[in-house]
Design a protein. Structure first.
Length: 171
């Protein structure tokens, strides 16, 4: 599995990028970027995006279904927003972001630069980007005993009704 694929928000090993929220473009008119915040309004997605994107890689997952224009353009718009890549004319350089592995490398490099700027006392010009590495703290056992069951009961990443989650059934 290529770096950055299949691990939502993960960037190699134990490094996680804060600010990444998974997006289901088939359910949203606005793309969420953080709890309680909204990104710029995006176009309502088509019922089924059948338009293949011919930019390389044409089949990034290797499943034979190919990349789609709407999903890729949405991902590129969100990445350029989070990486502060938009120029004064509104255009952004996205050549290195089209490939998912390249997008992970670019996001990680931007987060590294911002971390170094913060660690250096915030002197000089602030590097572009809004992503930083998230290093979760280790919880003591006494906290894990109540927090893990509560988390599994309350947190619902895919929007299934509670009964369906308990039955471990998909949509």
């Amino acid at each position: 599995m290529p770096s950055g694929q299949g691990q939502r928000g993960r960037v190699g090993g134990d490094r996680v990028l804060r600010g990444h929220v998974p997006i289901d473009p088939c359910r949203s008119v606005e793309a969420p970027v953080a709890a309680g915040q909204r990104s710029r309004v995006v176009d309502r997605p088509p019922e089924r995006d059948e338009t293949r994107d011919e930019r390389a890689p044409t089949d990034p997952a290797g499943l034979g279904d190919g990349a789609r224009v709407y999903a890729r353009n949405l991902r590129l718009r969100l990445l350029t927003e989070h990486l502060d890549r938009a120029g004064a004319d509104g255009r952004a350089d996205t050549d290195d972001l089209v490939d998912p592995a390249g997008a992970v490398r670019a996001a990680s490099a931007a987060a590294d630069a911002l971390e170094e700027w913060h660690a250096g006392g915030r002197t000089g010009a602030r590097p572009p980007g809004r992503l930083r590495h998230h290093r979760p703290e280790r919880l003591p056992l006494r906290t894990k005993l109540w927090a893990v069951p509560a988390y599994k009961l309350i947190y619902d990443p895919d929007g299934r009704p509670p009964l369906e989650r308990l039955r471990r059934r998909g949509w």
